[in-house]
Design a protein around this ligand. Structure first.
Ligand SMILES: [Mg+2]
Length: 254
């Protein structure tokens, strides 16, 4: 019997960058009674609150102590403090300012050279490259672009593969992963989901056999692939509908 259910977020629990649907919120809340629940994604803490926690309105404070937020690929970890009735940061491993600067310049140069720097398509106040503290994220159309527009931008990953290839030439000291629908995450080597999962094992005092992981990017080069390589049992999903289907099955036999 698994002790921990761990989830990628974008395309696994939601439609990329949007709050999780009601059904997923209900299923995750039920799962809190039986498992430790660990979402892990490249996004920032505030997005974990907006997309997941705020949607799990029916969860009691006691239940929330079984929800573990592995933010920015698990380079930051937050858990619920029952006394304070609030989330607290357990650890944080940020990039240095110099690393952020170098990555930002690299991605911008690569995207511009290839003609994929779509500044003219940004909504006001939006940005293509975002410093997420433990990683730098390129979102081709910004954070605020519409879902359909994002899906249409690079459905076969070809644009992002080219950007990644050029970035690797320019600054090979960093790693670049394709995620979400328009994103590339740049990290220092090893600061991928393996880092998060390794800390998850430590923080929750469990073995990797205790984890069942759900992700949509489990193919080589995808941001869930490092989890597969670690030897963690993984379910590949195409969307949150697949995840809901699997969770209904798991809860149905408990
Ligand atoms: Mg994903």
């Amino acid at each position: 019997m698994k002790k921990v259910l761990s989830f990628d977020i974008d395309q696994t629990l939601n439609v990329a960058k949007t709050p999780i649907p009601d059904e997923i919120a209900e299923l995750l809340t039920k799962c809190l009674n039986h498992f430790e629940i660990c979402p892990i994604s490249g996004q920032k803490f505030d997005q974990f609150l907006i997309q997941i926690v705020d949607r799990m309105k029916d969860a009691t404070p006691e239940q929330l102590t079984h929800l573990h937020l592995f933010v920015a690929q698990g380079t930051q970890y937050y858990r619920y403090n029952l006394k304070k009735k609030d989330w607290e940061q357990v650890y944080n491993y940020p990039l240095t300012e110099a690393q952020v600067k170098k990555i930002t310049e690299t991605i911008e140069k690569a995207a511009k050279e290839l003609g994929y720097w779509e500044e003219d398509k940004l909504k006001p106040g939006d940005e293509i490259i975002e410093n997420r503290l433990s990683q730098v994220t390129f979102s081709a159309l910004g954070q605020k672009a519409g879902t359909e527009e994002k899906y249409a931008w690079d459905p076969d990953h070809e644009k992002r593969k080219k950007i990644v290839a050029r970035c690797k030439e320019l600054s090979p000291e960093f790693e670049y992963e394709i995620g979400g629908t328009t994103s590339i995450n740049a990290i220092t080597p090893g600061m991928n989901k393996v880092f998060g999962m390794t800390h998850l094992l430590e923080e929750l005092n469990i073995k990797k056999e205790d984890i069942l992981y759900f992700g949509d990017m489990t193919m080589p080069g995808g941001n869930d692939y490092p989890v597969v390589q670690m030897g963690i049992d993984t379910i590949t999903v195409r969307s949150h509908e697949d995840t809901a289907f699997a969770l209904r099955g798991i809860l149905g036999v408990l």
